[in-house]
Structure formats: C-alpha cells, structure tokens
Design a protein around this ligand. Sequence first.
Ligand SMILES: C[S@@+](CC[C@H](N)C(=O)[O-])C[C@H]1O[C@@H](n2cnc3c(N)ncnc32)[C@H](O)[C@@H]1O
Length: 290
Amino acid sequence: MPSRPRKFDTTAASPVPTDWATFELPDAWPDLINWFNPRSLFLMLAKFTGHTRARVILPDGLPGMERIPRYVLQEFHNLPNGNYSKRICQGYATGFEPVMLGTLRDGRERLAKALAGANCVVDLGCGSGGCIPVLRATGVNTIWGLDPSPYLLQLAAKHNPEARFIHGVGEEIPLPDNSVDGVNVCFVFHEIPPLYLKRVLSEISRILSPGGRLAVLEPAPTQWSLSVSQLWRNYGWRGLYFKWLARHAFEPFIPAWHKLDFPALLRESGFTVLEDDIGCPFRVIIAKSL
Ligand SMILES: C[S@@+](CC[C@H](N)C(=O)[O-])C[C@H]1O[C@@H](n2cnc3c(N)ncnc32)[C@H](O)[C@@H]1O
C-alpha cells in the first residue's frame, strides 16, 4: 500500500516532504485510453490542435486535489487533461526544451546565476524539475520544488532525488516566514490570473529573508506584439516561430500577463527591481526583497 502524503503543517519549522518519487498516483483518463485505437488517436489530435478543449478531470484519490485552484484545471498548451496525467506530463517534460528551440537552458542558467550564493531556494511551479540541476550546479544547498500537479512533482522528484518537493500553489506556500534566501520562477506567472499574482508575491516576500532574491523568467511581449516583419528583421525565422507558438499554444492568461506592469507590482509588493531584460522569446526579471 502506498503511504498517503501528510497534510502540510505550515506552522512547523520545516514542512515534512512526501516521497513523491515512489508515491503511487492514480491514472488519469489519458493514461487509461488505448492510444493506438483510431478513435483515441483522433480525440488526441483534436485536443493537441485545440479543437476540443475541456476542463481537466482529476481522478479519484489524487493527493492534494482540494488544494488545486479551478483556474489551474484547464488544458494549458492544448495538452489533453493539461498537466494532470502520467503520460502527458512525461511527454511535456521531454518536449518542452525542443519546443522552445533549446533556449530554455540559457534562460534557466540566467535565473540560477542571479540566485548563486543562496543557501535555500524554492523553485515555484517547478514542473518536472528542469531548473533544479542548474540551480544545484551554482552551489545552492537546499532546493524545494513546489507545484500543484502531483504528476509533474513525481517526475521532478524522480529526476532530482537530492531536492525536496511539496505540493501546493504560490498563493499559499507551505514554508515558514524568512525560511529561504532565493525564489526561482520559470514560466509560471503568466499561467496565473493577475488577480492572484499579488497574493503570490506577498507569499514570496513572506518566505524570503530580507535581501533574498527573486528570479523570474516569463514569455516576453516581443513575439506577442511585434509585427511579422519586425520579428523577421530582429530575430529571423526564430522570431516568426515564437510568434506562431505564442498565438497557438493555449495560455488563457497570457494577454492579461502582457498588459500587467509587473515591475510596478513587484515594487508595490516590497521588492526592488534589479533587472528587467526583455528579449525573444523570454523576459528575465530579477528582484530583491527589502
Ligand atoms: C510552463 S510550466 C513551467 C515548469 C518549470 N518551471 C519549468 O521551467 O520547466 C508552468 C508550471 O507552473 C505550475 N503552476 C501553475 N499555477 C501555479 C500556481 N498558482 N502556483 C505554483 N505553480 C503553478 C504548473 O503546474 C506548471 O508546472
């Protein structure tokens, strides 16, 4: 019998990690269908091309399901059942880097560089854990990965046995006040409605010790707002590809993210903005907590 994860005790000095790597997660519907059946294949194609988007269905017995906000339960990036199945998350974990044309490595390294020297870092929205080895390579001692998807947490835990993982969301981080000196956020804030971002930033500011750093990488407005000819002139075919991707990958809150004055929100939330570098395809923002 798999052991059930314990409830978080946010008042404890340090949360008790659950062994996500070995926890037996229930199959979600994409894990149960026969992909070689022509009907299933057709259903999946319709999903991947965004023609039959539906809400995510969580299987009975999924740990922490009561903690997952409704807005998360959408088929982000046109993935069948979003980030909530074993098969799709495995495919997502291997496909993310190639879809981003290998640019992620450089982005992750920029975040890790900004957090170098930190002792304890939270990778907020860690997904399958792609940032964790890069953070470790800069010498960070303790890394916590936090994500609402148990399926992604499981992959992250399998790939990074030395890190600790917690289920949850940025709006309610199950870590004590002043307990970390770095927070890493890679491609996460644009998936959160701006209404909740204020709450997330106040949680980050709560867990960060004074002077602690927040390193953020998100999609840039460049490929979203520049015209085809401007993108071609400045970035060549890669600029055009990222424009196409920005318009076709289902990301329900991306227009709101691009309208938001994020540096202003950071300042309102008690951070000093150290860097805001807008390139293509991403934007890197480094801030320091007061
Ligand atoms: C595009 S993925 C990026 C994953 C990872 N950071 C990486 O670089 O590969 C976005 C991640 O944000 C997570 N996420 C969505 N809403 C969140 C929230 N409110 N708090 C924390 N993580 C969230 C998703 O579950 C998903 O793993």
